[in-house]
Design a protein around this ligand. Structure first.
Ligand code: PMV
Length: 313
């Protein structure tokens, strides 16, 4: 018997960067994200003589997946498993493959082993594996905040169907993991403390913008959060400079479009790709403008999608 689950990456509009000095992989900042459609991690779990992990066709010894299984086995009786996971987009290049991967893994193991976990419980196990994965349990607009740090669905994808143009500027795997990068920022960035202190207000304001479907307000807060986070990254030792020339060209193009009246804003995670969030009526002009920029390798136009779920054979 095999069990298959699918989950989508999510993109934070209010970013999580930094962890609290507590067990359980607790973020230092609240975050608010949108779950995408089209891009997905598909994870199939089956019984096996020993644990086996196959990622994108290659058998791997992935310490984060092993740690996730160990954590689940601390609470549940889980036999040895074969885990086969495929991403239909580049792994570890700032497209949140860990978010969709762990949301799909926890959802598949939950069903395969009859663990009967609720969505909030799955969100906690996904978060412990990768902070942003907590949010991919749900679709649409999702919040992740204290005191419990369980993801919370804020608005469905259908209620406010935004589009996202992803501009790929580099497909190499990132050199520094998010956890190592966050640790460097916590220890060394002079901007880390104000980043943590001010993100709580950004989060509350962004929640209101989502509830009110106020695109301009959400865009202003999202660009602010993105640039603040990159300011922290760039002021850490060693400095994390994720941007390529094309990343910066995309930011300027988005701002120029907005000056021309197009409803669009950008966000960038721990990688060189730019995600331009827009209203459906602006999708064609945004996609065309980013695609023509030198250094933009490809663009993907996506919508907002659903949370992690089982795939029925
Ligand atoms: O989920 P992690 O531990 O890989 O960290 C994600 C960090 C960012 O993508 C940069 C921001 C976020 O909130 O997703």
């Amino acid at each position: 018997m095999t069990t298959t689950a699918v989950a989508h990456p999510n993109i934070a509009l209010i970013k999580y960067w930094g962890k609290q000095a507590l067990p359980g992989n607790i973020p230092a900042t609240p975050s608010l994200s949108i779950t995408l459609d089209t891009l997905s991690s598909t994870t199939t779990v089956s019984d096996s003589a020993t644990d086996r992990i196959v990622l994108d066709g290659r058998e791997v010894d992935d310490p984060k997946i092993r740690a996730c299984l160990t954590l689940l086995r601390g609470a549940f009786d889980i036999p040895p498993l074969e885990i086969v996971s495929e991403n239909n987009f580049p792994t570890a290049a700032g497209l949140a493959s860990s978010a969709s991967g762990f949301a799909a893994l926890v959802t598949a193991v939950n069903a395969h082993c009859g663990l009967k976990m609720s969505e909030p419980e799955r969100s906690v196990y996904a978060r412990r594996a990768s902070g942003s994965a907590a949010r991919s349990i749900y679709g649409g607009f999702v919040g992740l905040a204290g005191p419990d740090w369980i993801a919370e669905p804020l608005l469905t994808a259908e209620a406010w169907p935004l589009n996202v143009v992803i501009a790929i500027t580099d497909v190499e795997r990132k050199a520094v993991s998010s956890s190592a990068g966050m640790h460097a920022s916590e220890e060394t960035s002079p901007y880390y403390e104000p980043w943590v202190r001010t993100t709580a207000d950004d989060y509350l304001a962004a929640r209101s913008a989502v509830t009110d479907r106020d695109f301009a307000a959400l865009g202003e807060l999202a660009e602010l959060s993105c640039l603040k986070m990159h300011g922290v990254m760039q002021s850490s030792r060693p400095a994390m400079i994720y941007w390529r020339p094309a990343t910066i060209a995309c930011m300027h193009a988005v701002r120029a479009l907005r000056a021309d009246g197009v409803d669009v804003f950008f966000t960038i995670d721990a990688g060189p790709q730019v995600k331009a969030v827009c209203l459906p009526e602006s999708l064609d002009v945004v996609a065309a403008r980013l695609a023509e920029l030198p250094g933009v390798l490809t663009t993907h136009a996506v919508g907002l999608g659903d949370g992690a779920r089982l795939v029925t054979p």
